[in-house]
Design a binder for this molecule. Structure first.
Ligand SMILES: NC(=O)c1ccc[n+]([C@@H]2O[C@H](COP(=O)([O-])OP(=O)(O)OC[C@H]3O[C@@H](n4cnc5c(N)ncnc54)[C@H](OP(=O)(O)O)[C@@H]3O)[C@@H](O)[C@H]2O)c1
Length: 357
């Protein structure tokens, strides 16, 4: 049986990843239509994977059995309002928005009861080969959804593909995300801005660094390296972030004041209060980071062995699974070199765990 799927803003970013993923797993019998605001690039991207492009969202959804909205977070509400009157009766509407309250409220207000609405938040970026071990949050707001066979099928498929599911409310999702994404991204961007303001040469700091600093600063670098548009919306569009920022700024001021007063007792007491509050999670965090440090230093040892043995060494790209054989002649803090081939490999290349060294 042939069925139609429309991914709105499916020719770029997360939507395009999703399009390729769906074609890989459900290609046979699926007719896929993608939209984007750039007609020429959109047509090219869609054609490259065997999908069809249209610039018209309403046309894309009017014939779709399944519609998926993958637009920028702050545009999701407008897109829902635009397409709601054109959705096919009996079809399914999903969104993948990283913030859930506002899009969910708009879908509840605008989408007819004839359409099954499944708000989702896939908790991973658009670069995975498989869903193994990943998390997908579902926030259905209508009791009838739980009883619908299509919703149960959808959940079954996510599990079959190896991902885990959390079913919750949009409000609970946004409260959790205000910590998981809001607070963590915020603190990383604050660290980046602090370094910039101080004019610190980050490269020089690596010479003085501990393994934990290398992990933390890599997180800062990772977040400023990616698209700021998505992170801006994650900060600005979650209504639960506001109270987190207030608490964060209060806590920063509290520690700054303790340090300014040189109050040893207050500093120690505050950290103990946090430790008691986190309870056994603090110990688990210590063990987890011990493990990361161990694995990184183990990898370095292996790289060193490969270098001194002068042997041909199989390596693998963790994003593409591409394998190569190199002769490692030099190891940097975050890359290694094959000077014979005049090539350096960043750390997305690892020693191939399946290869012989
Ligand atoms: N990336 C992730 O890791 C991730 C993970 C889970 C869920 N999601 C969700 O997936 C959705 C898409 O995210 P994304 O990472 O692909 O990138 P994004 O930066 O959120 O942009 C997605 C699309 O929105 C378009 N867009 C931007 N501003 C617009 C505007 N003013 N009017 C109309 N369209 C506009 C962009 O078009 P242009 O290319 O022309 O700018 C792009 O095609 C979001 O809801 C996000 O929360 C993303």
């Amino acid at each position: 049986m042939s069925y139609h799927v429309a991914i709105l803003w499916g020719s770029s970013g997360f939507g395009f990843w999703l399009a390729k993923f769906l074609l890989k797993h459900y290609g046979g019998g699926m007719r896929l239509m993608l939209t984007w605001r750039h007609a020429e690039r959109g047509t090219r991207a869609a054609a490259s994977i065997g999908a069809v492009y249209t610039s018209d969202n309403t046309k894309a959804v009017s014939d779709a059995d399944i519609t998926i909205i993958a637009v920028k977070i702050s545009c999701t509400g407008d897109v829902v309002r635009e397409i709601a009157p054109f959705l096919k009766k009996g079809s399914v509407l999903l969104d993948v928005t990283s913030v859930k309250m506002e899009p969910t409220n708009t879908m509840r207000e605008c989408v007819s009861e004839d359409v099954l609405v499944i708000p989702t938040h896939p908790m991973f970026g658009p670069y995975l080969e498989t869903l193994e071990g990943q998390m997908v949050v579902l926030t259905p707001y209508d009791d009838r959804v739980f009883a619908d066979a299509r919703y149960q099928w959808f959940k079954g498929e996510i599990k079959r593909l190896g991902a885990n599911i959390i079913e919750t409310t949009a409000e609970e999702h946004d409260t959790m995300m205000s910590i998981v994404q809001g607070m963590t991204h915020f603190s990383l961007f604050v660290m980046a801005e602090t370094i910039r303001r101080l004019g610190v040469n980050v490269r020089l700091t690596h010479g003085f660094s501990s393994p934990i600093y290398r992990i933390l600063i890599a997180m800062v670098e990772r977040y400023i390296h990616q698209k700021p548009e998505l992170y801006t919306d994650i900060q600005l569009e979650n209504p639960k972030n506001e109270q987190v920022y207030q608490a964060f700024l209060w806590s920063a001021a509290h520690f700054a004041e303790i340090v300014r007063r040189r109050d040893h007792h207050a500093f120690i007491e505050t950290v103990y209060d946090c430790k008691n509050f986190f309870w056994e999670e603090a110990e688990k965090g210590q063990e987890f980071t011990d493990k990361i440090i161990f694995l990184l230093s183990r990898e370095r040892e292996k790289l060193h062995r490969a270098m001194v043995s002068w042997a041909s060494t199989p390596i693998k790209n963790i994003h593409t699974n591409e394998t190569r054989t190199v002769r490692i002649t030099r190891i940097g803090s975050r890359s290694f070199f094959d000077e014979e081939k005049h090539q350096y490999f960043m750390r997305q290349w690892i020693l191939d765990p399946d290869g012989e060294i």
